[in-house]
Design a protein around this ligand. Structure first.
Ligand code: PLP
Length: 429
């Protein structure tokens, strides 16, 4: 059963009524299902079990300590992209030997911090970075394990702002430059280049971009090995899609069925860095309706107490999120995209917006939802990835609290920010 489901016209997360949580916490509030997180993690683990695979949860998708701990306890590693994320992964109990560090702009300080903690490896994105890793490791008398993040120039057919593997993107090392690194690799005395990495963007709704990238990697790995480099690890990145609309999408085994033959051919251990797939549909954002507003042009707005500062994806990526009242006798269809589907009796077409002073503060445009009144609760689905993690206090709005549900219990895993939190660290001149 879906971990977020309606029973007697009211929304539950596992065994807990959403409205019971809200009566304690207020809104807006992020609510996550522990079971959903672990089920998705296990789905992926099962799909890749034929080969030696390390799953490194992408901390940037949801960096809450308790969420990371749930995954660390389940045996997950972590993919971090900053010193701050490394700090979180370690605090959550992440094993250093399962932490990989990506990102185009690692500073010497971050490199040193990672080496002090003996992380698994760096995913290096430029020659300059490899030289810095080599220098920092040299001073510390250590050898840093490095995977070359290859930019294979593949279009992952995702949003322009979330594609990372095309030649015009800042990410990775193109194959021509990578070949010059093969030549130089012996001169990096404190760097052991032992892996190759690709991450193409996100979410990717087809296996083809992975396959096309791996074809190029297969050729390149042979060149590396011919030159005497011992490439043991293949990091295939993240980017696995989830369903935002309720439509069926491809599943972990669809990815692994086409990816594993390459892995076997290359005889590598696999690292994969899922974020969205594990947490995306494992969390919702619950908000209250403040006002209904109608203009003279016939447009109706539902103004709610969550806004773009709490959930940025619609404003940043034109992302679609299903939105439905927490209490309603109208069923949310599992397959049709609400809003593009039928406007049933008791429903109306509205824009669902937040209070922030920006025209882009819109969660849904021309969306058909059941009529709602002031004080009613709305659930914004698929908000577990890149939701709270991207939140800010723009407009001096304290950030929401976060709740983790485990069967019939729930826990506050991050307190709601207060006005005092907003100014902490400022002081008056
Ligand atoms: C963001 C990111 C991921 C995770 O992407 P998802 O779509 O959330 O799976 C993995 N690897 C790298 C290098 C990333 O930057």
């Amino acid at each position: 059963m879906n971990d977020f489901h309606y029973k007697q016209n009211t929304l539950f997360c596992e065994g807990v009524k959403i409205s019971d949580i809200v009566s304690e916490t207020g809104t807006p509030v992020y609510i996550y299902s522990k079971n959903a997180i672990l089920s998705r993690f296990n789905d992926l683990r099962t799909a890749f079990q034929e080969v030696d695979t390390t799953i490194c949860f992408s901390v940037k998708s949801n960096s809450n300590l308790s969420i990371c701990k749930v995954l660390a306890d389940a045996g997950s590693g972590f993919d971090v992209v900053s010193g701050g994320e490394l700090f979180r992964a370690l605090k959550a109990g992440g094993k250093p030997s399962k932490i990989v560090f990506a990102g185009v702009g690692k500073t010497d300080k971050e490199i040193r911090y990672a080496l002090e903690n003996d992380i698994f490896m760096f995913n290096a994105e430029s020659i300059a970075e490899i030289e810095h890793i080599n220098a920092v490791a040299g001073k510390m008398k250590k050898t840093a394990k490095v995977a070359l993040r290859i930019n294979p120039d593949i279009d992952a057919k995702t949003h322009a702002k979330t594609t990372t593997g095309k030649k015009e993107n800042k990410f990775g090392i193109d194959l021509t430059v990578a070949e010059t690194i093969i030549e130089k690799s012996k001169t990096y005395k404190n760097v052991n280049i032992c892996g190759l990495h690709v991450h193409l963007g996100s979410p990717i709704y087809s296996v083809d971009p992975y396959v096309n990238a791996l074809k190029k990697i297969t050729v390149f790995i042979q060149k590396c090995r011919k030159a005497g480099m011992n490439i043991q690890y293949l990091n295939i990145g993240g980017g696995y899609c989830i369903s935002y609309t309720g439509e069926e999408v491809i599943k972990p085994k669809d990815y692994s069925a086409k990816i594993l033959p390459f892995v076997k051919e290359m005889q590598c251990q696999v690292i994969t860095e899922p974020g969205r797939f594990i947490v995306g549909n494992s969390g919702i954002l619950v908000t209250s309706v403040i006002y209904n507003k109608q203009n003279s042009h016939g447009k109706k707005f539902v103004i709610c107490d969550a806004a773009m500062n709490d959930l940025l994806r619609p404003a940043l990526y034109d992302a679609f999120h299903r939105i439905w009242p927490v209490k309603t006798n109208i069923t949310m269809s599992d397959t049709e995209t609400p809003g593009t589907g039928e406007v049933k009796k008791g429903m109306e077409v509205v824009d669902i917006v937040g209070p922030v002073c920006e025209s882009s503060d819109v969660f849904a445009k021309d969306r058909a939802i059941p009529q709602v009144d002031e004080g009613d609760l709305l659930a914004i689905f698929s908000a577990g990835a890149y939701g709270f993690a991207m939140s800010s206090s723009y407009n001096s709005r304290p950030r929401p609290c976060e709740i983790l549900v485990d069967k019939d219990k729930y826990f506050v895993i991050r307190k709601r920010e207060t006005y005092e939190d907003l100014i902490a660290g400022e002081g008056l001149l």
